[in-house]
Design a protein around this ligand. Structure first.
Ligand code: PMP
Length: 348
């Protein structure tokens, strides 16, 4: 049986979070003399002088409908990077607990753990970038507070088999299983958000930085049980999502069709780029992708990466990364951008 009290650090369970007078009054009408704001307005307009809603109630209500979850199951952060950091802080005692990651994978899980002096156990993915569930469950110990599964994975781009994730969820009950779905909009697989009520130890992360095109706003989502979300809200900075971002997000949530249109275009381009790259003699292998990135094995990745940089074509060299020898990760661009890349590679 999973018990959240055994996973959250004891002093975090008992700490008193920062609270504002507006926790008692959440209306927008009133005479606000509680937060030492400028009553006239800002120096650039009559707006922005008031602190934003710390719990982002209006946007969460709209987002909950889109994601088919309850508003209380949503955490919104300054990028999903904020959620990654907070979930480690909430659960891992420095120099005592550990997290388990599956390299090659997104770098911030390890960075955030390193910052907190939290040990990182690593169980490499298999050569086809799937999870060795047996090894994962053997490697996790009593101090493992989080197993991170990135699906679709970065940098390989593929979805992790659903059965593997379910197997880990069913058998790892002493910590959280975080499924990072930053690229889920590009995949045909269903999100794990629909299993939140089945698995109290499940956390799902998504982002507005990819398919929704809002990377500059820094907007990430964490989905989990109401109890886990309450803990994250307790330890976040009070106004972590600024007011302008909340307004823009509200508008963006009404434009789901545009997001879907972008996804379709990107997927079409991914297939075209994949085909054209296959024809090049310097390309040795292209890994199957369920996201907006292609991991490509070249004859000499290092030289090709630097050759592209000289022409102001920026890709991501993954040459020294586990299982990615001689690989470059390419984000799928517009047709024009992809043609610029293809033309340069042809000339190499
Ligand atoms: N998870 C994965 C797998 C990512 O690739 C990224 C960004 N590259 C993030 C999380 C962070 O996204 P955000 O912009 O929401 O911080």
């Amino acid at each position: 049986m999973f018990s959240l009290d055994k996973v959250i650090r004891p002093h975090i369970l008992s700490l008193t979070p920062y609270s504002s007078a507006r926790d008692e009054y959440s209306g927008s009408e009133g005479t606000f003399l509680d937060a030492n704001e400028n009553p006239f307005g800002s120096v650039i307009s009559g707006k922005y002088n008031r602190y934003p809603d710390p719990y982002q109630a209006v946007v969460k209500e709209k987002l909950a409908k889109i994601k088919k979850v309850r508003p209380g199951q949503i955490f919104l952060g300054n990028g999903s990077d904020e959620a990654i950091d907070l979930i480690i802080r909430a659960t891992c005692e420095p120099k005592q607990d550990n997290i388990l990651i599956l390299p090659p994978t997104y770098g911030m899980y390890k960075v955030c753990a390193d910052v907190q002096n939290v040990d990182v156990k690593q169980v490499p993915l298999t050569p086809d970038f799937q999870v060795d569930t047996k090894k994962v469950l053997e490697t996790a110990d009593a101090n493992t507070k989080i197993i991170w599964i990135c699906s679709p994975n970065n940098p390989s781009g593929n979805i992790i088999e659903r059965a593997s994730i379910l197997h880990i969820l069913d058998n790892f009950k002493t910590g959280l299983v975080v499924v990072d779905e930053a690229y889920i909009d590009f995949a045909t697989e269903e999100s794990f958000t629909q299993l939140l009520d089945t698995y109290p130890n499940l956390v799902v992360m998504q982002t507005f930085s990819k398919a929704w095109g809002l990377a500059a706003l820094r907007l990430g989502m964490g989905f989990a049980s109401e109890e886990i979300i309450k803990v994250l809200n307790k330890i976040k900075y009070p106004y972590n999502l600024n007011g302008v971002t909340q307004k823009l997000l509200y508008a963006a949530l009404g434009k789901e069709e545009k997001k879907d249109k972008y996804v379709k275009q990107i997927l079409k381009e991914r297939e075209r780029l994949h085909k054209k790259l296959t024809d090049l003699s310097i390309v040795q292998h292209i890994y199957p992708s369920d996201s907006n990135q292609l991991l490509v094995k070249f004859t000499e990745a290092n030289q090709i990466f630097h050759y592209l940089i000289e022409q102001k074509i920026i890709t991501r060299l993954r040459s020294n990364v586990l299982l990615c020898d001689n690989c470059i990760r390419i984000s799928v661009g517009t047709r024009k951008e992809n043609d610029i890349l293809l033309k340069a590679l042809k000339k190499y």
